[in-house]
Design a protein around this ligand. Structure first.
Ligand code: NAD
Length: 317
């Protein structure tokens, strides 16, 4: 199943997320995910594993398991490359690392511009802005970065463009000046952080939504995020468990279906073959309206991925 993007392309409703996939197992995991049936791979410069993602893709392509046209590859422009002159430089690096001549979707990772760091100096730079651990910013309005992404679509190296971690105000403002509407907004979205107004507004504008961290705190426990450690696990929540039992599905499948049933794409990852398969097969059952309403009640506005925690950057303040 897929979502028809406003760019005309189809985006699979379920994909494989590449964040925290370690470099030594990454190529194999991508290859295995393709074997299991995944076609969308959600990567980013910042994940530091695009070379290995590319190796996994290459193995599957060389063996004829899939064709390039069947794959949907996403990457994200990191914060240090927002200046329009650096946007194409960053894309060239992504394409070289992935070993591809185009990507399907290029997102602005965060609505935050860090000072430029040359690729030769540090790649990916992460939070490095040229001076130890000091955050240094660049005065680049998002509209300028967006124009640079729009230009990339004309080169054929990027099929669709989009944004990530934008709040409603930023999406609203971007649409005032955009020549090409974002095809996708990627956001943190799980029962503890539902953002219903943002979802309604963005979908009403014909922009597709991709949810990340669909299992809520789970992804942040391994990062020792204090809020994740103290929040009850969604898999063990009695509402999620009873809905899972009613459908003879796992809590993970219920959480993913809760999104896909509302036409929101999901991008979980796992290196466990059973879970890999389980996460992909989530569209063969429907939650009832009562079950969706019950999950809606779990919203506590709890965000785990917040740049306020980096350097008091107020995009969600
Ligand atoms: P995730 O979906 O990968 O899930 C978190 C953990 O759940 C994983 O560590 C995995 O081991 C475990 N898991 C997966 N399937 C399971 C199952 N069926 N049963 C039990 N446990 C299971 O979470 P995530 O990495 O936060 O998000 C997914 C993807 O979203 C990332 O890989 C990345 O591509 C994207 N993402 C984007 C941003 C952004 O800023 N745009 C931020 C975070 C993540």
């Amino acid at each position: 199943m897929s979502i028809k993007l406003n760019s005309g392309y189809d985006m699979p409703l379920v994909g494989f997320g590449c964040w925290k996939v370690s470099n030594d197992t990454c190529a194999e995991q991508i290859y295995n995910a393709i074997k299991v049936g995944y076609r969308l791979f959600d990567g980013a410069m910042d994940y530091g594993n695009e070379k290995e993602v590319g190796q996994g893709l290459k193995k599957a392509l060389d063996e004829g398991l899939v064709s390039r046209e069947e794959l949907f590859i996403t990457s994200k422009l990191w914060n240090n490359y927002h200046d329009p002159k650096n946007v194409p430089i960053a894309l060239e690096k992504v394409l070289k690392d992935l070993g591809l001549d185009y990507i399907d979707l290029y997102l602005i990772h965060f609505p935050i511009a860090f000072k430029f760091v040359p690729i030769e100096e540090k790649y990916p730079p992460g939070f490095y802005c040229g001076d130890g651990d000091k955050f240094i910013y660049e005065d680049v309005p998002l509209a300028e970065t967006w124009k640079a992404l729009e230009k990339l679509t004309k080169t054929g190296k990027v099929k669709s463009i989009g944004i990530s971690n934008f709040n409603g105000g930023l999406v609203y403002d971007l649409l005032r000046g955009a020549e090409i509407k974002p095809a996708v907004l990627q956001i943190e979205h799980h029962p503890y952080l539902q953002q219903p107004n943002l979802v309604e507004y963005v979908q009403s504008e014909g922009i597709a939504i991709t949810a990340y961290s669909s299992f809520g705190p789970l992804s942040f426990v391994e990062l020792d995020h204090p809020k994740a450690l103290e929040t009850p696990k969604l898999f063990e929540h009695k509402s999620i468990q009873s809905i899972a039992d009613a459908h003879k599905k796992t809590p993970a499948q219920v959480l993913l279906r809760w999104a896909t049933q509302r036409n929101i794409a999901v991008i979980p990852k796992s290196n466990n073959p059973d879970r890999l398969h389980q996460n992909l097969v989530v569209n063969d059952f429907d939650l009832t309206k009562d079950q969706i309403d019950e999950i809606s009640k779990l919203d506590i506005g709890l965000r785990f991925n917040n740049p306020w925690d980096w350097d008091k950057i107020p995009i969600f303040a």
